[in-house]
Design a protein around this ligand. Structure first.
Ligand SMILES: C[S@@+](CC[C@H](N)C(=O)[O-])C[C@H]1O[C@@H](n2cnc3c(N)ncnc32)[C@H](O)[C@@H]1O
Length: 229
């Protein structure tokens, strides 16, 4: 299968198993079912990247099947991109699609990299705020803090919360931002939102206000080819 969005093209396996999403589920398991959510996240990612200078190194800690990685290289073609995903299949997909990048297959909690990235991107699976509060992501946050990046970029799609009843997306992202700043001393620079997808860009620096960036969704197109992977 080939997935196209904007200027980017990703080659994914023809056969992709689907399953219920939990905090460790591989991106490949939900790529087709949640294509529109992924498209919204990609749109928000493009918008928020306009707000940072040109980074030399980006570390995509939970790189999944590489949608975010493709966006980073599309916006910053000279970038050194470091990718990691715990899932073996995602790792295979990343190795195939990013032959020029450093690709790791490690637990984000344990990973060590030798360089200091300008930006660390963490695309946690569902229920980000809920899981933060449960302490599920603490070890990963400790690990990232020890790397000392200038920017942290987090994302989450609130589609799951929406499914379970009344839910206000803006409120959710405000709460997520507030939690990140209170618990981790991170200061929110901006929030890019499209529908239920949003990205929160933070750094250790006092800035006076949250700026909401306008985003538009990017449409994924799937093409079927035989013999990939
Ligand atoms: C929401 S997806 C990331 C999607 C990615 N941004 C993309 O564009 O394809 C989250 C990914 O985190 C990975 N993951 C979950 N827990 C992890 C952990 N502890 N360490 C590293 N990766 C993990 C999953 O395998 C999944 O592919």
């Amino acid at each position: 299968m080939i997935v196209l969005f904007g200027n980017c093209e990703l080659m994914l396996p023809n056969k992709i198993e689907q399953c219920r999403i939990d905090c460790n589920t591989s991106q490949l398991a939900f790529v087709k079912k949640h294509a529109s959510d992924i498209g919204k996240e990609i749109g928000a990612l493009y918008s928020i990247l306009e707000r940072i200078g040109k980074p030399n190194i980006i570390f995509d800690v939970m790189a999944g099947s590489g949608f975010s990685g493709k966006v980073f290289l599309d916006v910053f073609p000279k970038l050194k991109l470091i990718l990691n995903d715990l899932d073996k299949k995602c790792f295979g997909v990343l190795k195939n699609n990013f032959p020029m990048c450093d690709v790791y297959n490690r637990k984000a909690e344990d990973i060590e990299i030798s360089e200091t990235p300008d930006l660390v991107f963490v695309d946690f699976n569902n229920f980000t705020l809920f899981r933060f509060k449960m302490g599920v992501w603490k070890l990963i946050m400790d690990r990232i803090n020890s790397i000392h990046p200038k920017y942290y970029l987090f994302t989450d799609s609130s589609c799951y919360q929406e499914k379970f009843g009344k839910f206000d997306c803006v409120l959710y992202y405000e709460q997520l931002s507030e939690y990140l700043s209170k618990r981790y001393g991170l200061v929110i620079i901006s929030v890019a939102m499209f529908g239920n997808a949003a990205l929160v860009l933070t750094e250790y620096k006092i800035v006076s206000s949250i700026t909401k960036v306008k985003s538009k969704p990017i449409h994924l197109r799937f093409r079927h080819f035989k013999g990939l992977f």
